[in-house]
Design a protein around this ligand. Structure first.
Ligand code: ADP
Ligand code: F6P
Length: 320
């Protein structure tokens, strides 16, 4: 192992910079050269990279976003694009590549691994927390805290106006973010894509809560659970409650990473470089039962991470 490449791909996540920093400094300590490819897979296809050293990554551990930029790159879904990337890895004598991204980036990494001799290790970084093989992804804790802080503020005005707020959070097609946020803000209801929404059930809960004297409420809805504008409108039409919709939006993707996100990023990135140093590739590093581990890249891509339905049941009990 002489040259390590690093790339951030897909949706950015707070903590990606902490991960880049750790890749560079751990690799440097092992005597490796580090190339930082820019704009995700686009940078590998267009051979756009910069030489990174410990000084290049100073003062970034506390910053959101990614200093290497990122992208969603349709061209990488073509064999031609992947082969171009593989050629560039060979041309630059890249022996190992650290891919910092989400499940989509890892599917791309798996395709690339079939076309290159470079060893590839994935570092799971996405606010969606939907990567199989790790209990937590880099950026998830920060996104949860961002959404919680926003919803605590919304709770104030919901109480003052005796309103119900449907609050939409991100998470793409999964409910990990909504579940963690909903539990943490004490939401009256949590709507996740994994459980089809029964509007009759929603109306019933709203009416029961009103009868119990709960004159306001927060319903946390994952963006993948349905059309939240329609859900809010239908609750108002069918329960008589005053309902508003608030979308947390892209603030969940930014901000200074929490200590937890920075720590996770540093530990996972270190594990990734350690695997490459042992000439081990086609792995995804992760956190499992408090330990930093790693699993087969294909296994991570081919499995769907289960939602914790016990937590969903607990949220219902706690909302009594
Ligand atoms: P994330 O990594 O955050 O899940 P995406 O799902 O957008 O973000 O994936 C990031 C990029 O990875 C995509 O823009 C695309 O370039 C590449 N990618 C995703 N899925 C595949 C696939 N099945 N084959 C090849 N490349 C893929
Ligand atoms: O994957 C992270 C994420 O923020 C999802 O939660 C969200 O659905 C998606 O990215 C938004 O994609 P884009 O940044 O391309 O608008």
């Amino acid at each position: 192992m002489k040259t390590v490449g690093v790339v951030t791909s897909g949706g950015d996540a707070p903590g990606m910079n902490a991960a880049i920093r750790a890749v560079v400094r751990v690799a440097y300590a092992k005597g490796f050269r580090v190339l930082g490819f820019e704009r995700g897979w686009e940078g590998l296809i267009s051979n756009c990279f910069r030489l990174l050293n410990p000084r290049s990554v100073g003062g970034i551990i506390q910053t959101g976003g990614t200093m290497l930029l990122t992208s969603r790159c349709p061209e990488f879904k073509t064999l031609e694009g992947i082969r171009k990337a593989a050629e560039n890895l060979a041309a630059n004598k890249v022996d190992g590549l650290v891919v910092i991204g989400g499940d989509g980036s890892f599917r791309g990494a798996l395709e690339l691994s079939r076309e290159t001799d470079a060893l590839i290790v994935g570092v799971p970084a996405t606010i969606d927390n939907d990567v199989y093989g790790t209990e937590e992804t880099i950026g998830f804790d920060t996104a949860v805290n961002t959404a919680v802080a926003e919803i605590d503020k919304i709770r104030d005005t919901a109480i003052s106006h005796e309103r119900i707020f449907v609050v939409e959070v991100m998470g793409r097609k999964r409910g990990f973010l909504a579940l963690a946020v909903g539990l943490t803000v004490g939401a009256e209801m949590i709507l996740v894509p994994e459980v089809p929404v029964s509007m009759e059930e929603v109306y019933k809960t709203v009416k029961e809560n009103a009868a119990k004297g709960k004159r306001s409420g927060i319903i946390v809805a994952a963006e993948g659970a349905g059309d939240t504008r329609k859900i809010a409108r239908e609750i108002e039409q069918n329960t008589g409650a005053e309902v508003r919709l608030s979308i947390v939006g892209y603030a969940q993707r930014g901000g200074s990473p929490t200590a937890r996100s920075r720590l996770l990023a540093s530990l996972l990135a270190c594990e990734a470089v350690n695997l490459l140093a042992q000439d081990i590739g086609k792995r995804v590093v992760g956190l499992q039962k408090g330990e930093i581990t790693n699993i087969d890249l294909e296994t991570s891509c081919k499995n769907v991470k289960p939602l914790n339905f016990e937590m969903l049941k607990l949220a219902k009990v706690l909302a009594t």
